[in-house]
Design a binder for this molecule. Structure first.
Ligand code: GLC
Length: 453
């Protein structure tokens, strides 16, 4: 008890008797108050942090650009989260983040087929005023259409995509064949090359149960003259004879060993690596593969040609429209800073660098006439035709579910679990039920987890 009582007495006594003690106390009190003012001010000047998820293969190309952006914008720090390889798995990650409450991501790198669902769910800021019609004019039409939902624009494209048919010119020369025009020619030539012992495999394509298979199927469907969902009437065409023929064609390539049995597990990179190893004559893939196939040390360097996907005689074929663009999350606290990021990553200069360094196709039309790009990619002149003649996947808010249905039934047909006709009839029934349920974007459901067919 005693010491407790004596302490205040001692301090008071010191305060009264010692000038040095009094002045020291004033100085300490002043310093503490100053710190209380200075520390929060220092924190308020911390850079704003913005985060986003990217497809794994894209991250190496973004790293130097992120550093460059941060040097030019010291008030912003960017956190890039590396996602999986498959586009729909990245979509699932973004979707789950929103379904958990508030997404931690400020920006979203959106596949062209996510726009409607994300916009309908209220997850994307309306960018129509920031990116008005005159600013959209230099961009490819399909990329802009794929960025609009209910008349409002929600994403700014930074790269386009269009499926292509790749062929090995040297192997065609060996058997005296031309690049095919039709599905029949494709298979006949593939078999010729295989029979000549020039390559083990005829045709490589993406057959895993994932979004890439839906994109690949859209091209074959188009080539057979069929359709998935009519955008005007919402009629479903999957059980029409053309669609069944399209699926049967793909199944037959596996059954006849023109395509490897592993096709049912392949995504883009599996197919690209196998083609690059030199053991196949045809491949369906996106344009990103071409610079890789032609890189130094590639066994197929200089021997690869591309053309639009083949079709039935008299039917207009076309590559599937793919591509990516930037949207801003409605959950961000920093829309102004996020918009500066969007402007940077979608600018002509950055799109050109992505094209030169990563082989991604620009979504700005004039870049297809850029001298430096043409010097590196002389085929840009032909590609410009291809990217203007693309087939979109259905632009509906229920796209993720419609695609999920198609993927499941295609996978069952590709792996031989169900006949192509039965599979597509079931897919058509489920798709009709989905569309007839009339539910707007069902943000409550995500794609099923990836299942390897
Ligand atoms: C590419 C396309 C994208 C598509 C995806 C499927 O990334 O750009 O639109 O959905 O491949 O795997």
């Amino acid at each position: 008890m005693k010491p407790v009582k004596t302490i205040p007495k001692t301090i008071t006594t010191y305060w009264q008797e010692s000038t040095l003690f009094r002045y020291t106390s004033y100085v300490i009190a002043f310093c503490l108050s100053a710190l209380l003012v200075v520390i929060p001010a220092a924190f308020s000047q911390q850079p704003v942090e913005l985060s986003f998820i990217m497809l794994a293969p894209e991250t190496p190309f973004f790293e130097p650009l992120i550093r460059e952006f941060e040097e030019q914008n010291p008030d912003i720090r960017l956190t890039m989260v590396e996602g999986p390889n498959a586009a729909n798995l990245v979509e699932d990650l973004n979707t789950s983040a929103y379904l958990l409450g508030s997404s931690p991501y400020d920006l979203i790198n959106l596949d062209v087929v996510w726009t409607s669902k994300f916009a309908a769910a209220g997850w994307l800021m309306d960018l129509s005023d920031r990116f008005p019609p005159e600013a959209r004019e230099p961009f490819l039409e399909g990329d802009i259409e794929g960025s609009i939902y209910n008349g409002k624009l929600y994403r700014v494209p930074w790269r386009t995509d269009a499926g292509l048919l790749y062929y090995r010119q040297d192997l065609l020369d060996q058997v005296g064949a031309q690049p095919p025009e039709t599905f029949t020619e494709l298979v006949d030539t593939a078999k010729q090359v295989q029979q000549a012992g020039a390559a083990d495999w005829g045709y490589l394509w993406q057959g895993r149960q994932y979004e890439g298979a839906a994109a690949m199927f859209v091209e074959v469907l188009q080539g057979f003259g069929g359709y998935w969902i009519n955008p005007d009437t919402l009629e479903v065409g999957l059980d029409q004879p053309e669609a069944i023929e399209a699926a049967s064609f793909l199944v037959s390539t596996i059954q006849e060993r023109v395509s490897p049995p592993g096709t049912t597990t392949y995504i883009e990179e599996d197919v690209r690596r196998l083609f690059q190893s030199g053991n196949a004559v045809f491949m369906r893939n996106w344009p990103y593969a071409l610079p890789l196939l032609n890189e130094d040390g590639s066994p197929v360097q200089g021997n690869v040609g591309t053309r639009p996907m083949v079709s039935q005689p008299g039917v207009d074929g076309g590559g599937c429209l793919g591509g990516w663009g930037w949207g801003i999350s409605t959950t961000t606290q920093h829309p102004e800073e996020a918009w500066r990021v969007v402007e940077f990553f979608t600018s002509p200069e950055v799109q050109k660098r992505f094209a030169l360094e990563a082989g991604f196709l620009p979504s700005i039309r004039s870049l297809y006439q850029d001298a430096e790009l043409l010097a590196q990619y002389p085929y840009y002149t032909d590609l410009f035709e291809v990217v203007q003649n693309v087939v979109p996947r259905p632009l509906t808010a229920q796209y993720a579910q419609a695609s999920d249905i198609l993927q499941r039934y295609l996978s069952a047909a590709f792996s031989g679990r169900t006949g192509a006709e039965d599979a597509l009839q079931a897919a058509a029934r489920e798709t009709r039920a989905l569309l007839e349920s009339g539910r707007p974007a069902d943000a409550q459901e995500t794609n099923e987890p990836e299942a390897v067919g």
